[in-house]
Design a protein around this ligand. Sequence first.
Ligand SMILES: [Zn+2]
Length: 133
Amino acid sequence: MNCIKCGREIPEGELFCAVCAMPSVIKPPETLAEPKKEKAKKVRKKKAPDGKAVRGLRTALIVCICLLLAVCALVGLAANEYLERREALRIREASVTLREKEADNRDNQIAELKAELQEAEKTIRALQAQRAD
Ligand SMILES: [Zn+2]
């Protein structure tokens, strides 16, 4: 007789397989038929709760997706607000630097005008000196 599990030969009189310890008394047809029926029953029994579980998972997934979308929308709004504030700040900084540059330019223009005035005064003095001579 051969072992039904590993197929090795089991000497007559031995109760167990020497290799895998499978009982030699059990007859193959019975052992093979019973687990199949049990498995089928188990699968049938499992199918009903599986459907409920799948539905629960689906609703959970939908809720998660909705939450994610809501969070994404909120984050997007916050990001937009942040960007708007940043842009406003940049515009303010740019206007401030522009004013500073304008002020610098005015100072430079004033300095140039002063220098021109000084040169004009010098030339006037020189002309007056020439007339006096
Ligand atoms: Zn065996």
